[in-house]
Design a protein around this ligand. Structure first.
Ligand code: UDP
Length: 336
């Protein structure tokens, strides 16, 4: 199937494009390259531009009338930036997604799969930190609120217009394509595993465990980490099983958690990292970051039932892939 991939030059979009190709599909990339990488986009038919550009979308669908589904990844995703620049986030994420959805409806696209986020649950996680799709939303950053708002609009538009939609709520994707085609490319990483890899290579002097007094089993933050390749595979299954999922679930809109179903604390992640790396790394305890939360992990039963998906790659392989990427491929790509 031909699949339109907005944000297909980003970390998760590009990895999903590879997974689509490996499964025999054809990704068609739409990306502004404001945050994405050109070398990721040009592997496939590529349109450089904005998701709200109605004319460009018209051209894409004229040239590829057989597009069967749209995967909508394109978004700004940096939480502190969203706090500093809320208009930018609401405009780029919410307003432009609405324009995209309206255009997709007019162009006859019947299947939309949206990149949502577990951050919409905020700290609303109860004492066991496990969240299901029915857990009420409590988004606590402008970024998380954009995902929450887009989901609400998408649900309403799915009911009223001609398309149906699935919102995939990601927990914490980490690592890189096991075949090393794509991976994270921030020069100054903010996510925990990329920081650990930079500490191992000496680019960052010490790892700070940010938050040691959370009500978790060892006081450090808990998250549900999943290999980005497992996440990419879930998108392929969402495309392939889209109609069957609606046959089973009903309605016009399905939210689905994508996580491993296991919570891992920062201290546990550091221990696993040190085992894979083969030696201890420099670390210290530190206060939580601004806006940090204790965390959450997924009830992933719905993904298993509707998509036949669960995570397969163990944390140790995820760490090993991240290390290979950050130490061998990313320096060549970024030229340092
Ligand atoms: N974290 C940490 N040190 C760092 C960066 C992150 O201890 O240098 C912790 C952070 O407090 C959180 C977990 O690692 O408990 C995951 O952070 P990340 O930013 O990767 O994911 P998010 O908080 O966005 O879910």
């Amino acid at each position: 199937m031909k699949v339109l991939v907005t944000g297909g030059a980003g970390y998760i979009g590009s990895t999903t494009a590879s997974a689509l190709e490996d499964a025999g599909h054809t990704p068609i990339i739409l990306d502004s390259l404001i945050r994405g990488r050109r070398e990721y986009a040009v592997r496939y038919p590529f349109y450089e531009g904005d998701i709200a550009d109605r004319e460009l979308l018209g051209r894409i669908f004229r040239e590829h009338p057989d597009i069967g589904a749209t995967l909508h990844f394109a978004a700004l995703i940096v939480v502190p930036e969203s706090v500093a620049h809320p208009y930018l986030y609401y405009h780029e994420n919410v307003v432009k997604s609405l324009e995209l959805f309206r255009a997709l409806d007019e162009l006859g696209c019947e299947r939309i799969i949206f990149s949502s986020s577990a951050s919409i649950y905020g700290s609303n996680t109860g004492s066991d930190f496990k969240v299901s799709e029915d857990t009420p939303h409590a988004p606590d950053s402008p970024y998380a609120r954009t995902k929450h708002m887009i989901e609400m609009a998408l649900e309403d538009m799915s009911r009223a217009l001609h398309f149906r939609s699935i919102a995939l709520r990601y927990f914490n994707p980490i690592g890189a394509d096991p075949a090393m085609r794509t991976g994270p490319y921030d020069e100054a990483p903010t996510h925990v595993l990329d920081i650990l890899a930079d500490v191992a290579s000496g680019r960052i002097p010490i790892f700070r465990i940010t938050g040691v007094d959370w009500p978790t089993r060892d006081g450090s933050g808990i998250r549900d980490y999943l290999h980005v390749w497992d996440l990419a595979r879930a998108h392929v299954l969402a495309v392939e099983r889209f109609d069957a999922a609606f046959d089973a679930f009903g309605g016009d809109f399905i939210p689905i958690n994508l996580g491993s179903g296991r919570g891992v604390t920062v201290r546990e992640l550091v221990a696993a990292f040190e085992t894979v790396w083969g030696k201890p790394i420099a670390k210290e305890e530190a206060p939580p970051r601004d806006g940090d939360v204790a965390g959450a992990y997924a009830s992933a039963d719905r993904a298993a039932k509707l998509l036949g998906w669960k995570t397969e790659l163990p944390l140790t392989q995820t760490i090993a892939d991240a290390l290979r990427w950050v130490h061998e491929v990313r320096p060549r790509m970024l030229g340092y």
